[in-house]
Design a protein around this ligand. Structure first.
Ligand SMILES: *Cc1c(COP(=O)(O)O)cnc(C)c1O
Length: 382
């Protein structure tokens, strides 16, 4: 039996064979809402584009392959993908999630799904005894997100999955920060992987999208039913953009990781910097676990300043190569002040983020330009 093709090859070819009708090397953008039928119910597998579209099918096939899963589903956004996994639950059932879960996911569970009778507990998942204590007879879903945002904590996917499965709960991993190039949760025991393809998979900050991948036919059938029933599907051009991004994912992630490592090391040596959070640093508490669970440490770096909030704001405003903006995972470097931007809604809560913290999405520019930019901006910290 021929050996399975490797990740980089699958990223470029899976779901993307030349178009049988024309030979087009790149999957066409099937910008159509509906499809001709030869007779009622006699068609070529496509009847309406909410239900299925060939450009979306190409993306879904590729995503499933990269996550080592059987089935992929693409959505209009990461939040649409996560919301669709919640359709697996019934009123009265319980979800366990990390206490520093992505803010949009926190908002969905607390402000929307609780109204429909779902219970949610947020726990520090670096402590497995707390995960175990949070599981109840009604727990149906355990959500894991690793590395976390913005402190880049590393959670043990295999250990959490074992605990969850001992209680018959399903495990979903938000793999947005790591990408399937660095981490494949299905092989570690997860039942589903979700993505915001807006981030590294798209990779160019030009599209919003989401995905779910699973190897369980039951889970897939239920999610596919709800994908069509609720209808939060991506358009064909958005699918095409995500696929184009995916073809260079491996190259980009190698550079993101290398640049982030150098940036983290340079920050640690700076007098204005208090602490640096990057799993690639040997003294990061999750370093050994990340080295085991991931094939690289990713492109996100957070750090705190001795000068607190005013210093963080001065540095953020003083950067020239890094752009001050929300989001992450694009080729260009971004800086975020979580306390006032991405995590502002947590102000005053126990999960409040240090106002002296900055989060970097380290891009693939020349690393010396990034390090130089940080050095000049840090000079304005005082
Ligand atoms: C951005 C993000 C989401 C939400 O995705 P959208 O595409 O913005 O809807 C979910 N999880 C994580 C970890 C994210 O970074």
């Amino acid at each position: 039996m021929p050996s399975r093709r490797r990740f980089e090859t699958r990223a470029i070819h899976d779901g993307q064979a030349p178009d049988p009708a024309t030979g087009a090397v790149i999957p066409p953008i099937y910008q159509t809402a509906t499809y001709a039928q030869d007779a009622p119910e006699v068609h070529k597998g496509y009847d309406y584009s909410r239900t299925a579209n060939p450009t979306r099918a190409a993306l879904e096939t590729c995503l499933a392959s990269l996550e080592d899963g059987q089935f992929g589903l693409a959505f209009a956004s990461g939040m649409a993908a996560i919301a669709t996994t919640a359709y697996l639950l019934n009123p009265g059932e319980h979800v366990v999630a990390p206490d520093d879960v992505y803010g949009g996911t926190h908002r969905l569970f607390v402000q929307v799904l609780r109204r429909y009778g779902l219970e949610v507990s947020f726990v520090d998942m670096t402590d497995l005894t707390r995960v175990e204590a949070a599981l109840t007879a009604k727990t149906r879903l355990v959500l894991v997100e690793t590395p976390t945002n913005p402190y880049l904590k590393i959670l043990d996917i295999a250990a959490v999955a074992e605990l969850a499965h001992s209680r018959d709960a399903l495990v979903v991993v938000d793999n947005t920060f790591a990408t399937p190039y660095l981490q494949r949760p299905l092989g570690l025991g997860a039942d589903m992987v979700v993505h915001s393809t807006t981030k590294y998979l798209g990779g160019h900050s030009d599209v919003v999208g989401g995905a779910v991948v699973t190897s369980s036919r039951d889970v897939y059938e239920t999610l596919k039913f709800h994908q069509n029933a609720a209808g939060a599907v991506p358009g064909p051009f958005d699918c095409w953009l995500v696929l184009r991004g995916i073809r260079t994912l491996a190259l980009r992630m190698d550079r993101h990781c290398a640049n982030a490592q150098r940036v983290a090391e340079s920050l640690r040596g700076h007098a204005a910097v208090q602490g640096v959070f990057y799993p690639g640093l040997p003294d990061h508490p999750g370093h050994a676990l990340a080295a085991r669970q991931m094939a690289g440490f990713g492109g996100m770096v957070s750090f705190t300043l001795h000068g607190g909030d005013p210093a963080a704001r001065r540095v953020a405003a003083g950067l020239r190569v890094f752009t001050l903006a929300e989001s992450l995972g694009g080729v260009e470097s971004l800086v975020d002040h979580p306390a006032s931007m991405t995590h502002a809604t947590l102000t005053g809560s126990p999960l409040q983020v240090d106002p002296g913290l900055l989060r970097l999405s380290v891009g693939i520019e020349h690393v010396e330009d990034l390090i130089g930019d940080l050095a000049q901006a840090l000079g304005k910290a005082e």
